[in-house]
Write a protein of this length. Structure first.
Lengths: 166, 551, 119
């Protein structure tokens, strides 16, 4: 089974990936799957009724708001980085967490690099499929790099403007 | 001036350590160049023609003497003994070694300075009025807001990989010294009738390949809601700005495509959802505001005898005062502009010795305060008129007493093809040739305010679109050619210049500018600046004069 | 004729290819005839040296009074240093630098062979 990096309770770990990511032209395998937004919109109801866990993969030009109604039943939202320079998934993650209240897994997929680990965690990602061969230790170190943050974001860290007031 | 606290200092230390590790990984082969490049860019490090270039942030253009001395020391130790002040109030070192940069960042951090986000597709250094805290014109001190925005934008988790770079300017005075209308966001501090403080928010200005003047999307934003509103603008841009073509990726293209009204509507809708939780609490604003508390100015007579005597006896001093000294809000003080445009020199360059001389003056006569202008000059914002003769003498000794602020030889020029990997043509030597035409200070004063701005390529770092005379270097059939535009302005009367005619070869540019100026002198009515005359007459007389001998 | 150039990774210095090594002086660079496949072969080898140089590329040369000089202003400025101050490679002086400074026929602002060819 393939593995990916997961952040649970503030701790990074390597986890086995129980989900199969299925392309739109592939036949659905049994078990837990991650499908595209298009496929989810077509077959989502049926998939969810089959007693399996369902994840949805959101391309960087798709709006996560499209999932708003179904989020309580979705296990994973995989946000795609077609290139690491495409920063739209940072917004998608924050909207998922802070506005839509999504409690499931938000997974970074595609061109996912450890140099962005800190930003991803701050925006609410808690699962990562690194494309640069980085390890759990690399991600742990990268996200501990900065002792302070200046903004409120999805990770609940206390921003400087609040820390100073204490 | 704002003083960094432990949090601010530890941010810089952590950032510096992070970059040191990234450089090590690059040198060890653990990071490929295409992965490393955006990381080094976000620390201001470019690879230019001859070496690496390090762009150091000077947030809102404010420096203290310790910082300026450190910049001088870095210039001497790691560069060739100088630095180049830019049109975004930053400083660039042009001869930097990659392997030295982690140490340089540590040295910068030791004086609360950094190169964070001086490049990359993120929120860049905030531009602010260089006369902040000194001019009587301002409604509020824009540095308070600029510093708060510096912190908010630093390593912003959501907005560090935007479609393209993002530049914010803020001014609180009716006379705009920040080019706010050609920034991605231009903020103008306003006071409502009931006394409430707020901002006029302009979005979508910019230069580059397709210049736009910013559109006002909100006449009055209550000051305490600034950050939620900024988040809303940035979020709409991050989601909907184009990413398929880097020339169409700036926010100006999105605003133009949607129309300012529709863009504003989307921002307002997003803003409602953002809510106030990202806004700065009043306590934090008060803390930052406290750092910019008014200086302890002396109560002085409006007229200084020493100053008046020097004006009467020394024509060079009188000229300096006429052009380089601006009114201060306190009687007996002046705002002193230090020109980095000495005829024959490189616009914006200062040697290490000159930086140290300015640092000494700020310490001795200037309340430890130094500013950088977007027109690539320096400012001592608080000088007693009694001390002005001494300041002028010291500037003269340092080769910094050119009395040409806002005159024809006060030219903005990007580094151009002499240094920059993007340039098509040289800028510096064109500026030098033009400045030579106005080396006679009497002639320069007769011509009056004239903003000449030169860019070596369409990226427009030299702001040519908003020059009264704009000059753009192009590559035409393999030669350095220059397109001239007239009538642009980056000030409160912002406008994009209008093309004069076919591009001119390198060796005809200075003569053409001379002809334009002669045409203006012939056509002008009393009290008109070059820009005013152009706006009245249109391009015709200028075009005719420049191209008359071509046919 | 062509030469192969790049910037050195550690310090950004402009360097030229000479028999598998990188030298700082244009005068010492290997020259490749326009149709000589050795030029592209060298470029291919150089591109694998990712820990030595950044972005190597071939440049066009032009003959001026018996001397080969980079065709473009850009590449002449890279080979000599900036024109506003005498503080680049030109400070070394000597006959080769003087000859390069006075070479005629500078043209295209980008002398990059690969860029031009793509047009």
């Amino acid at each position: 089974m393939p593995t990916y990096i997961r952040l649970r309770g503030g701790v990074f770990g390597l986890a086995e990936d129980g989900f199969t990511t299925v392309a739109d032209d592939e036949v659905l395998p049994p078990g837990d799957v991650i499908v595209s937004l298009t496929r989810f919109q077509a077959d989502g109801e049926r998939l969810l009724s089959e007693g399996r866990q369902v994840g949805v993969r959101i391309a960087s030009d798709e709006a996560v708001e499209a999932l708003a109604y179904d989020l309580p039943q979705i296990a994973v939202v995989a946000l795609e980085y077609p290139k690491f320079r495409d920063g739209r998934a940072f917004t998608s993650a924050r909207v998922l967490r802070e506005r839509l209240g999504f409690k499931g897994e938000v997974r970074a997929v595609g061109d996912v690099l450890r140099t962005q680990a800190g930003f991803m965690v701050r925006c609410g990602f808690d699962a990562f499929e690194p494309a640069d061969g980085s390890s759990v230790e690399d991600w742990d170190r990268a996200t501990r790099r900065f002792r302070h943050v200046y903004q409120r974001a999805a990770d609940g860290r206390v921003p400087a403007f609040e820390a100073r007031g204490v | 001036m704002y003083r960094y606290d432990t949090i601010d200092r530890e941010m810089l230390a952590d950032r510096s350590a992070e970059f040191r590790e990234q450089v090590e990984r690059r040198l060890a082969g653990d990071l490929a160049e295409d992965q490393f490049k955006p990381l080094r860019l976000m620390n201001g490090l470019y690879l230019q023609l001859h070496a690496y270039m390090l762009r150091v942030a000077i947030p809102y253009g404010a420096l203290n003497p310790t910082q300026l001395r450190k910049l001088a020391w870095i210039g001497r130790t790691y560069d060739k003994g100088y630095g180049h002040f830019t049109t975004r109030q930053n400083l660039q070192f042009h001869w930097i070694k990659l392997a030295d940069t982690p140490d340089i960042l540590d040295h910068l951090a030791s004086v609360d300075m950094h190169a964070i986000q001086t490049s990359g597709n993120c929120i860049r250094n905030i531009t602010a009025d260089p006369y902040a805290g000194a001019t009587a014109e301002e409604i509020d001190d824009p540095r308070v807001w600029a510093e708060a925005m510096r912190q908010w934008s630093t390593l912003h988790p959501e907005f560090s990989f935007l479609p393209r770079k993002f530049k914010i300017a803020i001014t609180a005075a009716p006379k705009d010294r920040t080019a706010a209308k050609v920034h991605d966001i231009g903020l103008v501090v306003r006071r409502a009738r009931d006394g409430q403080l707020g901002f006029e928010v302009m979005v979508g200005g910019g230069m580059g390949r397709t210049p736009y003047i910013g559109s006002t999307i909100r006449e009055f934003l209550p000051a305490n809601r600034l950050f939620s509103y900024l988040e809303a603008i940035l979020r709409v841009y991050n989601r909907h700005g184009r990413r398929d073509n880097s020339y169409k990726a700036r926010i100006k293209i999105l605003v133009a495509a949607l129309g300012a009204e529709e863009f504003a509507r989307q921002v307002e809708a997003e803003w409602e959802k953002v809510g106030a939780s990202v806004d700065l609490p009043d306590t934090e604003l008060a803390r930052i505001r406290g750092a910019f508390a008014p200086m302890s100015f002396e109560t002085l007579p409006a007229v200084s005898e020493a100053h008046e005597a020097a004006k009467a006896s020394d024509p060079a001093y009188a000229r300096f005062v006429r052009n380089n000294v601006k009114p201060h809000k306190k009687a007996g003080y002046g705002i002193v502009e230090i020109s980095l445009k000495t005829v024959g020199e490189t616009p914006g360059d200062a040697t290490a010795e000159q930086m140290e001389a300015v640092a000494d003056l700020a310490e001795r006569y200037g309340q430890d305060d130094i500013r950088v202008t977007h027109e690539q000059n320096l400012v001592l914002p608080h000088v007693r008129l009694d001390d002005l003769p001494s300041v002028h003498a010291a500037l003269r000794a340092a080769g910094l007493a050119s009395a040409n602020i806002n005159l024809a030889s006060d030219i903005i020029a990007c580094p151009g093809l002499d240094y920059c990997a993007l340039a098509n043509a040289r800028s510096i030597s064109v500026a030098q040739h033009i400045a030579q035409k106005f080396a006679d200070p009497d002639r320069a004063e007769r011509v009056g305010e004239l903003k000449i701005k030169i860019s070596g390529c369409i990226n427009a770092c030299g702001h040519h679109h908003v020059g009264h005379i704009g000059i753009l270097g192009v590559d035409k059939k393999g030669e350095e050619f220059y397109q001239l535009t007239l009538g642009g302005s980056g000030a409160e009367d912002a406008a994009v210049g209008q093309a004069l005619g076919p591009a001119l070869p390198y060796d005809r540019v200075a003569d053409a500018v001379d002809t334009l100026v002669e045409t203006y002198l012939r056509e002008r009515h009393d009290g008109e600046r070059f820009l005013d005359t152009f706006r009245r007459t249109g391009v015709a007389p200028f075009k005719e004069a420049v191209y008359a001998d071509v046919h | 004729m062509k030469a192969l150039t790049a910037n050195r990774l550690t310090d950004g210095e402009v360097v030229f290819w000479r028999q598998g090594q990188w030298v700082e002086r244009f005068a010492e660079a290997d020259l490749f005839a326009g149709d000589d496949p050795a030029g592209e072969a060298a470029e291919g080898r150089a591109k694998t040296q990712v820990l030595v140089v950044v972005e190597p590329y071939l440049i066009d040369l032009v003959e001026s009074e018996g001397l080969w000089a980079p065709l473009s202003y850009r590449e002449r400025i890279r080979a000599l240093g900036p024109t506003n101050l005498n503080h680049g490679k030109q400070t070394e002086g000597g006959a080769a630098i003087a000859a390069l400074k006075h070479a005629h026929g500078a043209s295209r602002s980008t002398g990059r062979v690969d860029l031009i060819r793509r047009k």
